[in-house]
Design a protein around this ligand. Sequence first.
Ligand SMILES: *Cc1c(COP(=O)(O)O)cnc(C)c1O
Length: 463
Amino acid sequence: MKYISTRGDQTERGFSDILLEGLAPDGGLYLPKTYPRVDAATLARWRGLAYADLAFEILSLYIDDIPADDLRALTRKVYTAEVFGTEAITPLTWLGEGIALQGLSNGPTLAFKDMAMQLLGALFEYELGRRGETLNILGATSGDTGSAAEYAMRGKRGVNVFMLSPHGRMSPFQQAQMFSLQDANIHNIAIEGVFDDAQDIVKAVSNDLAFKREHRIGTVNSINWARLLAQVVYYFAGYFQATKTNAEKVSFTVPSGNFGNVCAGHVARMMGLPIAKLVVATNENDVLDEFFRTGTYRVRGSADTHETSSPSMDISKASNFERFVFDLLDRDGGRVRQLFSGSHFHLDASEHASITGFGFASGRSTHADRVATIRRCHAEHGIVIDPHTADGLKVALEKHEPGITMLVLETALPAKFAATIHEALGIEPPRPAGLEGIEELPKRVKVMPVDVDQVKAYIHAHV
Ligand SMILES: *Cc1c(COP(=O)(O)O)cnc(C)c1O
């Protein structure tokens, strides 16, 4: 399998070439040249597989430059009941007839990002070891991504992580999760500013090409193809759990921000998984809902980006969205380049009409909806869901069609977002065993002003 850019550069690259890369040189995102089609016999064979072996089968269709035995060993090492809590890895919890939550948040940091990041950590260690190289991952986080990256890379040979976060602005639980890590290759840097300040420092360091090359700076951001590929697996796993035969169709509702999670659903559908609808659920930051309703894509400025109670969906632009647009426009890289050259675009009528052919629908949820949905789910099913999953469930209930099972992807556990749970239910959210009192553990974090040079000096001193 070879990979090409969404902006017209047809240079073909292998999986291992793009694994450690961010954007393609022309500014586009990498996608496989074609989507492998999975026929009925293959689907039937996959139905009985354990999650790790299903992951191996799907990954093998996209990765031909890692020997099969090595790849199988990697997926078996990553997707275990010890790390993800159950043999099913992504178990379903039924909320009555025809609607279920798919649990993606039982990994080490209690958010779905572990599903991909744990695999990425194993792939990075493997590939760097094979090349005899090292990599220093630099990132900025407002919560979930940074902790998932740190737990995936801790103790890995050849990798250091430098993770910037806004000082004092993450929830106490999120701070404890990251700062309590004592691994020598994990470096927490708390910036005395907001998330955007941290993000700007990362951009400034990455734009200093000499520094970047000399210090082997890399990223693990959500546009990484390997992350997206890892997420394709749980759409298949959810489908097999929800159905008895391949004649049935299933819909998925996906709480969305950067469009990474639901884009993996799009890939699964393109491969032939019988998906009826992919429902994109947004919060008040409704860039994507607006697009699917109107065909207009309008990047928001920071003044128009709301801080909400589902903070991991607070985005101004959806960084993975370009991948879907590329497919929507029949893979016309020139047209994609043209559309994404500004901060907004409008599809023409025929382009917009073709969205339905890809199975997409969308909806939006607000703080009041979120709180009401958390209450309703608790009252009717005795289950506490997190605010992001609540956005999904709210929209799923609106889009649920009779006779077609709807799976709502659970993107985090409520323990991470105690304040909103407290507001909705007046109780503390349940916390998984082993995480009691993590706020009391010793913290390893360097506090720094908003100063690019100090961050560079710190990296220089620690690689
Ligand atoms: C990252 C995240 C999302 C958004 O996922 P995208 O892939 O960016 O669409 C939703 N919920 C939670 C809890 C997250 O951490």
